[in-house]
Unconditional design. Structure first.
Length: 177
């Protein structure tokens, strides 16, 4: 067996396998190589290399069989961080990182994030939401909610709605109209 490096030239997805151009072997095209993955039975991990990505291959001595060990970082394609940190950067630029030093998990999504579950619980000393919030369904807030702009409740602005029948003294207002 020989360890060789190549650039992905062709990808098949079922089962996941690649062919690579091998620059150190006169640009020979490798045989199809299955791609190693952390999990493949019930739980699955699927993140295939892309065309042009540098990979490491184990190539048999006769050059007829290979297995792709995975992608490798290089001077051209550097790691997304220069310290001990978990980082997943997707093709569109979306990033998922965990900083071990600050104990911070960050999701920086280019598009929409959908969380679909039966129940969701968020426990935090403080929660800050910058942006508009739309709540469809039952939501319980156990704590103080500070709203810096406005709240639209039942289609009515909390800040600009008017009450009718207001009288001075000890009188009460009627519900919002």
């Amino acid at each position: 067996m020989e360890l060789v490096f190549g650039l992905v030239h062709h990808i098949e997805y079922a089962p996941l396998r690649i062919q690579a151009i091998l620059p150190d072997k006169d640009d020979m095209l490798s045989p199809f190589a299955l791609v190693i993955t952390p999990r493949s039975q019930n739980a699955k991990h699927f993140d295939p290399p892309v065309k042009g990505e540098q990979v490491a291959l184990l190539l048999t001595d006769d050059g007829e069989t290979a297995i792709c060990l995975g992608s490798v970082f290089s001077d051209t394609d550097n790691a997304p961080t220069n310290r001990h940190q978990f980082a997943k950067v997707f093709d569109d630029g979306t990033e998922l990182t965990y900083d071990n030093d600050s104990h911070t998990l960050t999701v920086n999504a280019i598009g929409t994030i959908n969380i679909i579950c039966q129940n969701a619980n968020i426990t935090a000393d403080k929660t800050t939401i910058d942006g508009a919030v739309e709540i469809n369904g039952d939501t319980t807030i156990n704590g103080t909610a500070t709203i810096s702009k406005d709240a639209i409740i039942g289609g009515r602005s909390f800040k600009t709605h008017k009450h009718s029948g207001v009288r001075g003294g000890n009188g009460s207002t009627t519900p919002p109209v």
